[in-house]
Design a protein around this ligand. Structure first.
Ligand code: MG
Length: 440
């Protein structure tokens, strides 16, 4: 078992992810990456600069060449990794977590995010990290990140004229995060009203996660009328959600399904990748375009691994993260927004949503101890029949519905999530499996 690594890097409040730990993890990552050129970046969290200093020091102390991007979005940092041909990247960001949290996200030289399993290899090296000789410590370089470079790369992948001609009106909620760095890009492409656009590590406007309750100010703004859509991101700008022109919140599942539609309609593709907890709508659309769906464990690192290994045209997850392989293997929120604008240039967002396969969800969570939750999954794994996927928890697929029972990776819960053609059926499935789990 990993001691520090979670699903996506090492995460914690300041007393858990301390500068000392950041330094030791960075030394180990430096060794793991071959003591070569490593890029580093941070978001705007108050502990970001402090932790970044420890990260830089750790890397340099084992002989790495450190390139510092400074304040940067997560997808922007990953694009820079590719551009600078770095041997690795560490991003100091706690993504959608509360302001007192921070995290280190590690990315390898191929642009693949380091998963819990690969993180264990890095942890083992923590004991072996030896200082470089004094004259082998290399000077650090600043490579200031400019969102303009990322914007240019994004713009090359869409039909800019089509977007500009549509004269879209957008309400943007940057959530005081790094997505605000892209304000100029949106201003060039549409008529924009922005809220929470001051980059601020205290997140004064709203919590970082762009969930429905957290973006009600944006919903209300769009409901006042006069907008084609509302867009919102999380703190490091890899997650993205939208509000349609009528003020309806569009969940991440649907953003991904629309992204699949756009990608396959335009360029075709052999397969798509998504997690076992994502709506079947994406698979339905892929099927329509002759592409198969590769399912992965829940977590962005597994999607980027699938992207690198297989013939996958696009990947995404239910929280509103889409990976566009023409840019990087990172979930790219600003790119997803601009791609969606290309669709909106044809017809209103609500019409696109109406065209998607309609599914309804239900979910619940049951409290169990750490040992008990794993024991239950094990038991359920033995008793489940039919089309069962055991990649991450137990997912059982039926004719036009499915249910997944998973042990939470970070909390002492079993989560049950179901999807069906009607709300009633989804709720019934959740109740049924809740009963099964409680009887185990
Ligand atoms: Mg994020």
């Amino acid at each position: 078992m990993s001691r520090y690594f979670g699903t996506n890097g090492v995460r914690g409040v300041f007393t858990e992810l301390t500068p000392e730990l950041a330094l030791r993890l960075s030394q180990a990552f430096g060794l793991w990456s071959g003591k070569e050129k490593i890029l580093v970046a941070r978001d705007m969290r108050l502990t970001g600069e402090c932790l970044l200093s420890a990260v830089k020091s750790g890397l340099a102390s084992v002989g790495c060449e450190v390139l510092d991007l400074g304040l940067c979005s997560a997808p922007g940092a990953e694009l820079m990794l590719k551009k600078e041909r770095g041997n690795g990247l560490i991003i100091v960001t706690a993504s959608h977590n509360p302001p007192d949290w921070n995290a280190l996200k590690f990315v390898d030289k191929n642009g693949i995010t380091v998963s819990r399993e690969r993180g264990e290899e890095i942890e083992k090296l923590m004991e072996k990290a030896a200082l470089a000789k004094w004259d082998e410590v290399k000077p650090m370089r600043k490579v200031p990140y400019s969102a303009e470079q990322h914007a240019e790369a994004i713009e090359k992948t869409v039909d800019l004229n089509k977007i500009r001609k549509a004269n879209l009106r957008l309400a943007l909620d940057f959530g005081n995060g790094t997505s605000a760095l892209y304000s100029d890009m949106f201003k060039k492409l549409a008529k924009v009203t922005a809220i929470n656009s001051d980059i601020d590590g205290k997140f004064p406007g709203r919590p970082s996660e762009p969930s429905e309750p957290n973006v009600q100010n944006l919903v209300n703004l769009v409901k006042q009328g006069g907008y084609d859509a509302g867009f919102a991101w999380d703190g490091d700008a890899d997650r993205f959600i939208a509000i349609d022109e009528k003020g309806n919140f569009i969940v991440g599942d649907k953003i991904f399904a629309l992204s699949v539609l756009l990608k396959l309609r335009k360029e075709g593709g052999k397969s798509i990748a998504t997690t076992v907890a994502t709506s079947r709508a994406a698979e339905d659309i892929a099927k329509k375009y002759g592409a198969k769906t590769v399912y992965t464990q829940v977590g962005a690192p597994y999607l980027s691994e699938a992207m690198a290994k297989q013939d996958v045209a696009i990947a995404g997850e239910e929280v509103g993260g889409v990976i566009w392989r023409e840019l990087s293997f990172a979930k790219d929120g600003p790119a997803t927004a601009v791609k969606l604008m290309e669709l909106m240039a044809e017809k209103p967002l609500s019409s696109w949503i109406a065209e998607l396969p309609q599914y309804y969800n239900a979910k619940t969570k049951i409290h169990f101890s750490k040992e008990k939750k794993l024991e239950i999954i094990e038991k359920l794994s033995k008793t489940s029949k039919g089309k069962v996927n055991k990649l991450d928890g137990i997912r059982i697929d039926f004719e036009d519905s499915w249910v997944i029972v998973r042990a939470s990776g970070t909390e002492d819960y079993i989560r049950i999530f179901a999807e069906a053609r009607t709300k009633e059926k989804a709720e019934k499935l959740v109740k049924e499996y809740e009963k099964t789990v409680l009887a185990l």
